[in-house]
Design a protein around this ligand. Structure first.
Ligand code: 6PG
Length: 242
């Protein structure tokens, strides 16, 4: 089957936030109607924040929503680099969205490998043993080096096939702290992959991501393999040519 993502090019930051939130909101609503709950995996990075904030303004069945994380840095939850902290603040999880449930990746654990296994077990329990871990929506970004989630190029991260959650070691030569991440087999099962990208540095990466080629060179190419719908919401600077 050919890869046919939905490409939405926003003309302003506000529009990007509103359109991203609308797509996410629709996926949440449809999942709750169809299956009684919506399981959503959130990315960190700078782009999703305004989308999460816009999402809080929608009227959705929050008590039936479970937020999990796509990836987390090896830091405690109150740390400025914590993806949990960033999303929890933007989603107002202590306020407007307090009815939603969360499944936090504990990036502050000394044994990241053990935490990866614990998180994997939580996902298996959440989705049901022997069922595919198919999130209703997964929010993804694209890094300037072509990574997505915490699956980095030239490392083989994206080829991890026997785990749902992986502990990614620190790579100080690249300025990267250790991380936890959902693996490619999980991201491939998503019913909706919402890819958010902003700024000119993302354009070549997005273009590569949409074009066939080695996965380990541009892990964001994983979006080509997602089972469900792929929606790319970007600004004009990041919009792929053609
Ligand atoms: C993270 C991520 C990562 C992110 C991209 C894009 O924790 O850093 O989850 O994969 O989505 O690096 O980040 P921006 O939104 O900042 O461009």
């Amino acid at each position: 089957m050919s890869f046919a993502p939905e490409l939405v090019v926003a003309s302003s930051d506000d529009e990007l936030a509103a359109l991203g939130a609308e797509l996410l909101g629709r996926a949440i609503d449809a999942a709750v109607r169809a299956r009684g709950r919506a399981l959503v995996a959130l990315s960190g990075g700078s782009t999703p924040g305004p989308v999460y904030r816009a999402l809080t303004e929608l009227s959705l069945p929050w008590r039936d929503v479970v937020f999990a994380w796509v990836d987390e840095r090896a830091v405690p939850p109150h740390h400025p680099r914590s993806n949990y902290r960033a999303a929890a603040a933007e989603l107002d999880l202590d306020g407007a969205l307090r009815a939603a449930s969360t499944l936090r990746m504990r990036g502050g654990e000394a044994e990241l490998e053990a935490e990866a296994r614990r998180y994997e077990a939580s996902l298996r329990a959440l989705f049901g043993v022997a069922r595919a871990v198919a999130f209703d929506a997964v929010v993804l970004g694209v890094g300037d080096d072509g990574h997505t989630a915490s699956l980095f190029p030239g490392t083989g991260d994206v080829e991890i096939a026997d785990r749902l959650v992986a502990a990614i070691p620190a790579r100080p030569e690249r300025g990267l702290e250790a991380r936890l991440t959902l693996t490619a087999p999980v991201l491939r099962e998503a019913r909706l992959a919402l890819v958010l990208a902003k700024g000119a540095s993302k354009r070549p990466r997005l273009e590569q991501a949409l074009t066939e080629g080695p996965l380990d060179e541009v892990p964001a190419r994983l979006v080509r393999e997602v089972a469900g719908h792929v929606a790319i919401v970007c600004d004009q600077a990041a919009a792929p040519a053609g």
